[in-house]
Design a protein around this ligand. Structure first.
Ligand code: BEZ
Length: 251
């Protein structure tokens, strides 16, 4: 999928806004080295820079990294896949907001995270938990079925806290706290909000369709989602987050 970095910053800046809550989990240590894993357009990386001595933002999407470099030329960004991180024992904190649900292979991901951390370092992350955006996905998939289209919503990785804790432990990262919570998320732009959201995050699916078919699909998905997600003034997406802090043992 090609990430649209402009749409992301204009309409979905809530991703970084909500991520600010996760910053409160960072240790107060001006000397710490921090990796922002899946940095997007760099909004949170810039805030992390005030909390450490070395901060590196990485993202697998070139479009996002290019925009991050333009917005924050003083910071270090690189295009890099979370499943092949080149870092070994370099970071006190690996920070990641709204990224892990895009990655099917959490085993390789957590191996890479453990390798990148210094002994005693911490993973601090938040992403979609079990049940995240269930109403959006159901509406989109039902609309695809009704219109007899072969596409479906992407397969996200939304684990339960129990599943993710067990996986952390298997990869040598001791869970400190792992929990999930509902975070209903109002979308910008009134009537357009849900269509904007699907255009951004289901871009790979929509790109495969002729423009008119895509529009019909979005319109039907909106109709199906309306009873649950529309309040007469704006759309609210049914986000559920999983938050985790885990530590690499000192020895
Ligand atoms: C999320 O942040 O939970 C999310 C965003 C886009 C698609 C799926 C999940």
């Amino acid at each position: 999928m090609q990430w649209n970095s402009t749409l992301y910053d204009q309409k979905h800046d809530f991703v970084a806004k909500y991520g600010e809550g996760l910053l409160t989990f960072l240790p107060e240590n001006p000397a710490q080295a921090i990796l922002d894993l899946g940095c997007g357009t760099g909004t949170l990386t810039a805030q992390l820079a005030a909390r450490g001595s070395r901060v590196v933002g990485v993202d697998s999407a070139r479009t996002m990294v290019e925009r991050a470099k333009v917005q924050y030329p003083e910071l270090a960004f690189q295009v890099c896949d979370a499943l092949s991180l080149p870092f070994e024992g370099e970071f006190d904190v690996v920070f990641s907001n709204a990224v892990f649900h895009w990655i099917a292979d959490h085993d390789t991901l957590l191996e890479n995270v453990r390798k990148a951390l210094k002994p005693g370092g911490q993973l601090i992350c938040e992403f979609g938990g079990a049940g995240n955006i269930a109403a959006v996905e159901q509406a989109f998939n039902r609309a695809c079925e009704e219109l007899e289209l072969a596409v479906r919503a992407p397969r996200f990785n939304f684990p339960t806290p129990e599943e993710f804790s067990a996986r952390l432990a298997r990869h040598g990262l001791a869970p400190v706290q792992v929990y999930d919570y509902d975070r209903p998320t109002p979308l910008k732009d009134g009537e357009q909000g849900l269509a904007n959201w699907m255009r951004q995050f289901f871009a790979g699916q929509l790109e495969a369709l002729p423009e008119q078919t895509g529009q019909a699909l979005l319109a039907r998905a909106e109709e199906l989602a309306r009873p649950k997600l529309w309040d007469g003034g704006h759309w609210t997406a049914d986000y559920r987050r999983l938050r985790a802090v885990a530590r690499k043992p000192v020895k």
